[in-house]
Each structure stands twice: as structure tokens, then as C-alpha cells.
Write a protein that binds this ligand. Sequence first.
Ligand code: HEC
Length: 414
Amino acid sequence: MSTHGLRFFGTWALASLGAVAACDDGSSGRRPAAEGVGSADDDGGDAGDDAPAVDDDGGDGEGGSSEEEALSAEDIRYYLGKLAPTIAGRSLNYDENALIDAGGEEALVAILDGWMNEPGFADSVRFMISDMLHASGQRDGVDFELPGNLAAEIAAEDLPWSMILTADYCVAGDGSHIDCDTGAPYEAGVLATRAYLIANKGRFNLTRAKRWLETFACRKYPMEPEIQIPLEKAVLIPMFQAESAEEQTVEEAKGGFGNGAACYTCHAQFGAHAQLFVKFDADGLWVEAADGLQDPAGELGRSLNNLYTSHMNDPAEARLESSQVFGAPVENLRDAADVITASPLFQQCTVKNLIGRSFGVASGATEEIEAEIVAEVAQRVTANDPDPTIRAYMMELFTDRRIIETVLATRGGE
Ligand code: HEC
């Protein structure tokens, strides 16, 4: 296991240095394309299973303290200086600097806590969500701020972070609770908003599925089959049954759309997630009559009436929103949100994204950040509360000694 630790320090430290140079364009949320490493991202879930045995010193800190030297005021100033823009939306102020001079390491928790009581904190969390979901502003009468508004409220009011996907309301610009704007008979946090659905629309509803998987579960297709059980071949339309170019029966699909000929490998999982969006049209409106069938005259993946095609071969199934997520049967997107947020993947992905965004490292479905530390921190946060606030996630993460040391290790490079 110790080699994991080395890899963590090596990988992340290097990535941080690279990001410092690349950060000037303000694109810290930019992620490299996730393509091309389909089989390499499979250790996150395993690390989650191992985590309880690996480290159980949550809170006492005694075991390690003999090796740990106290951090100096300069260390803490450097570390908090890195974090201030992401959490508080500003740099360290006079009072905080004084507190650091007086207290060194003791100042850490007080300053972190103080930041999360400031209005800038809600704005930071708003920005994180708007940026990750590619949704902000107003356009064509659609309020693309709805996801960000919800995120800001959850942060400001210390609500469980899972509500980002499960809230049964939307939040207007003035902070009032409103119905969301899709017309669906349910709400599902940021997912059932026209902002999310329009910003991530596309053939077969693939982008809508891919975006939540990468953003909230830090996975991409294909992922571990024991997490997302592949749909049976016969369930899929013929195009997605193919495991090789020879098996492909659809002329247009022989090229593989850049992802290879083994369509079934990815789309047997993709199809289950895309199905949740089958009743949302290109404008993000919920259409009860949507049937998920291919428009015979349209491009592959497009259904009639501005809708998108299902992966399901049976017309009776193609029209249903019910599906299977992470091994659990779900009725619709709202139901899926409960399953997603109860999964350790969601908790780990929250930690991973916070690391990535705070220190300029690519997160989502990347391997830049060591899965083991992510799993350990997630484990500790949820040990206190199975449904933690974003404040609790941040407090646990940003007081973690290895996180602090990894950040301090980048200091020489600037
Ligand atoms: C390695 C996983 C993988 C494999 C293998 C794969 N796909 Fe995909 N497919 C994806 C991903 C990821 C996307 C992109 C979704 C997005 O970002 O919108 C995609 C997108 C598509 C799209 C939509 C393209 C567009 O421009 O909107 C079609 C159609 C498609 N795949 C069909 C196929 C077919 C047919 C095969 C086999 C010949 C195949 N895919 C193989 C993962 C895969």
C-alpha cells in the first residue's frame, strides 16, 4: 500500500506544479478529455472497499503525531493562501495573517470555519457547480443559474450536500423556492433543470448521462461491471450489441464514432443511464408521450419531436424512464438521484472534486489524484454523518495532514 502513497505525492505534486503555470486563464475547472484510458480507471472502487482497514485514526491523531512536526506559521500561511480563493473567494486578510502569526497550526480550523460563514463561500460553491455542469447565465428565456442557485443555498444553509441531486425544488435568483422548469412530475436537484439538460443535450442522451457520471461519481464508460451491471445484449438496439467491427450490422456505426468497435462494452452501461433522460427533449422539457424510438428520417440517436433515441430495443421499454443504476432498479431520474448520492462513489467524488478544484488538478474521471486518500477522507466524513454537508467535507479534507503536506511540497516550484 505504501507505493500508493508515493504515487499520490508524485502524481499530485507534479500535477499541481503544472497547473500553477497553466492557471492564469482562469480555467481551473477545465478537464482534459477523458478518452483513451478506458481500462485504467478501475481502482477507485476497490480503494473504497479497502479504506476502513487502511486507516482508522480519524480524529485521535496520536498514532502519527510522533513523526509529525508542528507546522510553522509560514507553512499555514502558504497553505491557506492557496485555499482562500477557492473557499472564500478572496485572499488572506490582515486579521487572518495576525491569527496565523500568533497561532500557527492552531489558526487553521478557525480560519477555515470562518470562511465557510462568509457569503463568499456560497458563491464559491455556486461557481463550482455552474462550471462543472457547464451551466450559467440566461439564454432564450431559460435560467441557467438554477443549478448554481441550489448549490449556493445548500452551502449557505449547511444542508446535506446530497441535495445537489435530490432537492425537490429549485431556487430562484431571489432565493425563493420554486418549481423547477422542465414540467416533469418530479424534481431531481440540478439534474432535472433545463439548464443541465440543454447544456448537456445530445444524441442518445449520452452527454447528459456522461456528465453526471463524471461529475458526481467520477467514473466514465466503461466502468467496473460490478458497479454498473451491463445491460444484456438482447435488450439493446442492434447497433450497440456489437463487440467488434465484424459484429456490427449498422453501416453508419462501423467506424465506431472514435471510441472503438466494441460498442457493447461502453454502451451496455451507458444505455441504462441514458434511459433516465428519454422523456426530456432538446429544450429540456419533459414530454410524457416520448417513445424513445429512432426517427427513421433523422440522424442516428434522434427521436421524433426534438427528443433522443433510447438504447432499448423493445419499444415498450424504450419509452419508460425506469432503469437500473449502480445495481439498483430505479423508477426515474429522481429515484436514481437517491441511489447515486447514497453510493460511496458520490462521497469520494465530492472529495476528489474539492481537491481538484482547490489545487488546480484535474478531477472527475481522472487518475491525477490518488484514489486511496480520497476514499479515506470520504470514509472519515461519512463516519460522523452519513449525509454530510459540504462544510463537513471541506473541513475533513482541508485539515488532513497529507493534503497539507502535499500542497507544501509544491512550494519550492514557484
Ligand atoms: C470506450 C467506450 C465507448 C465505446 C467502445 C463506444 N462508445 Fe459510443 N460513445 C462513448 C462516449 C464516451 C461517447 C460520448 C458521449 C458524449 O460526450 O456526448 C459516445 C458517443 C457515441 C455516439 C454519439 C456521437 C455524437 O456525435 O453525438 C454514438 C452514436 C455512439 N457513441 C455509438 C457508438 C457505436 C456504434 C459504437 C461501436 C461501434 C461505440 N459508440 C463505441 C463511449 C463509447
